[in-house]
Design a binder for this molecule. Sequence first.
Ligand SMILES: Nc1ncnc2c1ncn2[C@@H]1O[C@H](COP(=O)(O)OP(=O)(O)OP(=O)(O)O)[C@@H](O)[C@H]1O
Ligand SMILES: [Mg+2]
Length: 234
Amino acid sequence: MSNFLLEAKNLCKTYTLGRVKVPVLRGASFTLAQGEWVAILGSSGSGKSTLLHLLGLLDECDADSGGVWFDGNPVADLKFSARNAYRNQSVGFVFQFYHLLPELSVLENALLPNMVNAGMGWASKRAQAQQHATELLDAFGLSHRLTHKPAELSGGERQRVAIARALANQPRVLLADEPTGNLDTKTGGEILDLIAAKHRKGLSIAMVTHDPAVAARADRVVKLVDGRVAGERD
Ligand SMILES: Nc1ncnc2c1ncn2[C@@H]1O[C@H](COP(=O)(O)OP(=O)(O)OP(=O)(O)O)[C@@H](O)[C@H]1O
Ligand SMILES: [Mg+2]
């Protein structure tokens, strides 16, 4: 039983390239308390995105290595539908390279998590979801881009859509991979202010960053070194 909202213990992740095995995580452990904001630093290639993907159940760790606990429960024990609910409702994920759907408009991209969750009930939930997504996009300075496609946006605008999408379902945890990596200092600071406002209302955050100034906004900073999380509490 874990006291943390999100916990990873002893994660190992090895990628196989042809015949070569590349161990990236070698027993990485990580904890996130309810309402906490933790920044994850580490050099390029140290495995930050890999760790975040494992926390979001977007990838699986090596067999015989550790696991991930959410709200005290081992996610490995969750059934297929509960794993999807975790991915779609409990967690909001900001990908390092956005992963917006090119055929959908800004508003449609931001509505995607709501649509996935609502399933057959979408018609009755659409109006409210649309209003919430429009407000979020407005707060992110994108109200004049609602009908644009991702290809028509700047890198920073795409990143803001990706963050708005991650927050659309009002998740308990935000897993954000370099969410201000493509923004200038001023715009990045404004986005962090918006994320910090959600944090003050209870959002727990694990945020990967290269930038010590961004990390300084977090409650706690850990660093990925040699496949392990240095600075993690015992
Ligand atoms: N799907 C994959 N197949 C093979 N190797 C991979 C794969 N994904 C990542 N790697 C390798 O694993 C290592 C860690 O990658 P990861 O993307 O987690 O690093 P990172 O810390 O996020 O780096 P960056 O700061 O550049 O984003 C790298 O050496 C990378 O080449
Ligand atoms: Mg990365």
